[in-house]
Design a protein around this ligand. Sequence first.
Ligand SMILES: Nc1ncnc2c1ncn2[C@@H]1O[C@H](COP(=O)(O)OP(=O)(O)OP(=O)(O)O)[C@@H](O)[C@H]1O
Ligand SMILES: [Mg+2]
Length: 470
Amino acid sequence: MNEREKNGPLVDQRDESDRILIVDDDPSMRTALMETVKRLGYAVEGAVDGSDAMERLVRFRPWLVLTDLRMPRLSGLDLIKEIRSRAPQVTIVLMTAYGTIETAVEAMKLGASEYLLKPFSMDVLERMIVSLKAGREDGLPAGPPVQSTESRAILTQDPGMVRLLSTIEGVAASQATVLIHGESGTGKELLARFIHARSPRAHRPFIAVNCAALPDGLLESELFGHERGAFTGALIKKIGKFEMAHTGTLLLDEISEMNLPLQAKLLRVLQEREVDRIGGRDPVPVNIRVIATTNRALYREVEAGRFREDLYYRLNVFPITVPPLRERAIDIPLLARNFSTQSALRNGLTPPTLSDDALAHLQRLAWKGNVRELENVMERAVLLAGDGAILPEHCPADTCGDTVGQPVRPQHPANGSLWEMERELIFKTLARVKDNRTHAAKELGISIRTLRNKLREYRECERPLSIPMS
Ligand SMILES: Nc1ncnc2c1ncn2[C@@H]1O[C@H](COP(=O)(O)OP(=O)(O)OP(=O)(O)O)[C@@H](O)[C@H]1O
Ligand SMILES: [Mg+2]
C-alpha cells in the first residue's frame, strides 16, 4: 500500500465542521494521531508533508489542521503561512518539541491558534480539540473567523458615491488608518472590505471585530487574546484579533461603543504597534492596518467625554462619510433590481420585474435601515410577488411609519397585514431558536440590530399577541 492509500479519506462527505487534517511525516505518529481523532468522532485525513497538506486542504476542507513542524518540502511554518493566506478560517495547531519553543511563538504570530509541546499525551490532544471546537461554536473562534476576504461589488450611480470610491481607491494603497462614518446599513463594512481588497494586504487576513457586540471584558480578550489561566475560564491560550490581523487589516466596527479603558489600550497598540496579551509577559509586535467604522459622529463623543481625543485623531487620519440611501435615491432602482434578481436566483425563481409603481414607492421610503433594509425588503418582495411583477404592496418598509412624506404603516396594523406576517415570522423564529437573537437574525437574514429594532417597534406598537409560540 502506498502512502496515499494508507492515508486516504477514512470518512468523507461530512459536514466541514467534522473534518480534521493531520500533517506529520512520521508514519507512526501520524497513525496514532489519526486514530485518536477518529475516536473523538471526527473524519480525518493524514498528509505526509506540507505540500500534500495543501492539496488535501482544498479537497477535504478541514476546520482544523494539526501539523508537525519539521517536514520535508513545505515546513510547518510555511504551511501555516500558506493556510493563513488561502484558507483563513481554518484553525491551526502546531506540534513541536521543547527545543523549538521560539518557533512555536513564531507559528502563533503567523496564525496558528495553539501549539502542542511534544511529547504530549492523547488526552491533552483530546482536550485541546474539544476546547478549540467549543471556542469556534461559541462564536469566539480560536482561529480567525470564517470570513471571506473578497469584497462584493459596490453598486452605485450616484455621482457623490462614485467620487468617494475613486478617492478610496487612492487611499487603499496606503497604510493610512481610515475612519468610515455612516448610518446603519449604508455599506460601511462593504467599503472596508473594498479598501482591504485594493490594498497591498489583499491576500492577508481581513479580521472584523464588532465593538458593540461583546461585553467589555470579552471584547478585551477578543482583541488582545490571553494566556492560558490568565483569568477564571481562560482554559486555553487564545490569540487575539490584533495578532490574527497581523500583516493584514483589522476592522473595528462601531468603535464608539468601546469603553474608555479599552480605548487607552487600543491607542497603545496603534502607537507602539505591539499588543500585550492578557496574562502575557512580553508584548507581541503586530503590523496591522486599521479601519474603524462608526454610526455616531465621533467628535461629538469626544466632546461628551465618551471617546478619547487622542485616539480620535489617530483614527481620523482619513475620514470617509457614506451618505444615507435617501440622499442617493438614484441608486434605489439599481440596487432594488439587483437585490431582487439575486434573491430570485438564490431561491431558484425567475428574476421578477419591478413595476413602475413599486419603483416609485421604493423611492418615496425613508430607508432608515439604508441599503441593508432595501436588501431585506427586496428579498421578501420576491417571495411575496411569486410569479408576477413586484408591486408596491410587496414592498413594505422595515422601519416603523416611514415614508419621506406620510407614514404608510397603519398605527394599528390590520390582522393579516404584511407587518403582522413579519412579526409572526419573527416571533416564531425566536421561539424555535429558544430566543437566541443571533441565530434568529441569521435565519431571518437580517442583522441583529434590525431584529432588535423590530422587537422594540413591536413593543411600542403593542397589540395583544395571537401567535402560538411553538
Ligand atoms: N452600494 C452597494 N452595493 C451593493 N450592496 C450594498 C451596497 N451598500 C451596501 N450593500 C449591502 O448592504 C448590506 C449592508 O452593508 P454593510 O454591512 O456594509 O453596512 P454597514 O454600514 O456596515 O451596516 P451596520 O452599520 O449596520 O453595520 C450588505 O449586505 C452589503 O453587501
Ligand atoms: Mg457594519
